[in-house]
Design a protein around this ligand. Structure first.
Ligand SMILES: [Zn+2]
Ligand SMILES: [Zn+2]
Length: 68
């Protein structure tokens, strides 16, 4: 998944731990935004996004389904 020597591509200061689900860049813990894709009764799925993708409704589709 993540190479031990890969730096976060968002801040460039910390080691990457996950990859953005939207654009695929390596992210450190600080820059990762987690979104809970727990729809219906299938149980939840947590996806990791970078801050840019997290705010983009075209990438983070949870934003299209706001809480009532
Ligand atoms: Zn970072
Ligand atoms: Zn991204």
């Amino acid at each position: 998944m993540i190479d031990n020597d890969t730096d976060c591509h968002y801040c460039g200061e910390m080691k990457a731990v996950v990859v953005c689900h939207g654009c695929g860049i390596p992210l450190c813990n600080t820059c990762t935004r987690l979104e809970d894709y727990g729809f219906g009764c299938d149980g939840g799925q947590i996806l990791a996004f970078c801050p840019d993708c997290f705010r983009d409704p075209g990438v983070n589709t949870v934003l299209r389904f706001p809480e009532p």
